[in-house]
Design a protein around this ligand. Structure first.
Ligand code: NDP
Ligand code: KAL
Length: 257
């Protein structure tokens, strides 16, 4: 079994800074020998992505701006990638957004606009990206998205993001069904809470960490590296029989009632 990702190219979407889960994934794939392509929402984070990627030794990464609310931008991004590198072997989709005011209080108060925004960025984008990327995966591929327990169970404050993750999880399964014949696998990693920019300042985040230390089987939070290594497994041939799956990288928290 060849565990090296040498000679393979992966698109990593959603690095905002060094704490990003996408950055943990990028480092694991890089260590395995992969060539990396980064996409970022807008120039605000483009600079920091490029500075971070410069710290990866021995490879030259490529960068593209891609706001996933813009269909043309998604199509254009993957057309450019096709022109610049040809074939790709996988995508890490690490993108989510909901309006901050929807992430506390009751889900009942979710606005139409807030509902649509969360689904647009956090769920529909996976389908739009998979469709645009399919022609580039001429040797098969692996698409990995990031989800959270709040899509399967009610988690206080997660609210509209929980409903968007349920939609993302279902999209992942339908995409796995559609793309299996092209030897493209689609899976999700359900990560336990990790302190990232997204999570900063969102109500209830500290409380969730206290719960983990007390109740999770491993009695500790998980790290970006642990999520990154599971993404590496999903990108590698070790997982060649796995598609449509949600793998929990959460120290076992989801099994505890
Ligand atoms: P980060 O804040 O590091 O990453 C979120 C990313 O989403 C940013 O890079 C941001 O890009 C990107 N994004 C938002 N809107 C858009 C858009 N319109 N177009 C393109 N990109 C966009 O947080 P995380 O690493 O925590 O989040 C990554 C994924 O992991 C998300 O799906 C999240 O739900 C999931 N997750 C996180 C957990 C956690 O505890 N942190 C737990 C379980 C799942 P930009 O910065 O350029 O705006
Ligand atoms: C129960 C948990 C506690 C926190 C509740 C909600 C978390 C929602 C995640 C969502 C993606 C956060 C945002 O969209 C934040 C956004 O409104 C403001 N932040 C930004 O715009 C920053 C600058 C950019 C970089 O962020 C984005 N997203 O673009 C859930 C915890 C325990 C687990 C988490 C954090 C899950 C998750 O999905 O991230």
């Amino acid at each position: 079994m060849n565990l090296s990702l040498e000679g393979r190219t992966y698109v990593v979407m959603g690095v905002a800074n060094k704490r990003s889960i996408a950055w943990g994934i990028a480092r694991s794939l890089h260590e395995a020998g992969a060539k990396l392509i980064f996409t970022y929402a807008n120039e605000r984070f483009g600079k920091s992505v490029k500075e971070l990627a410069d710290t990866l030794e021995g490879t030259e990464s490529l960068f593209y701006e891609c706001d996933v609310t813009d269909d043309e931008a998604i199509i254009q991004t993957f057309e450019s990638i096709q022109q610049d590198v040809g074939t790709i072997h996988g995508i890490a989709h690490c993108i989510a957004f909901a309006n901050r005011e929807e992430l506390n209080g009751e889900f009942l108060n979710t606005s139409r606009d807030g509902f649509l925004t969360a689904h647009n960025i956090s769920s529909y984008s996976l389908t739009a990206v998979a469709r645009a990327a399919k022609p580039l995966m001429t040797e098969g591929g692996s698409i990995v998205t990031m989800t959270y327990l709040g899509g399967e169970q009610v988690v206080e404050n997660y609210n509209i993001m929980g409903v968007a993750k349920a939609s993302l999880d279902a999209s992942m399964k339908y995409l796995a069904s559609n793309l299996g014949k092209d030897n493209i696998r689609v899976n999700a990693i359900s990560a336990g809470p990790i302190r990232t920019l997204s999570a900063k300042g969102v109500s209830g985040f500290n409380k969730v960490f206290e719960e983990i230390d007390r109740r999770s089987p491993l009695k500790r939070p998980v790290t970006q590296e642990e999520v990154g290594d599971t993404a590496y497994y999903l990108m590698s041939d070790l997982s060649r029989g796995v598609t449509g799956e949600i793998i929990h990288v959460d120290g076992g928290f989801n099994i505890v009632a």
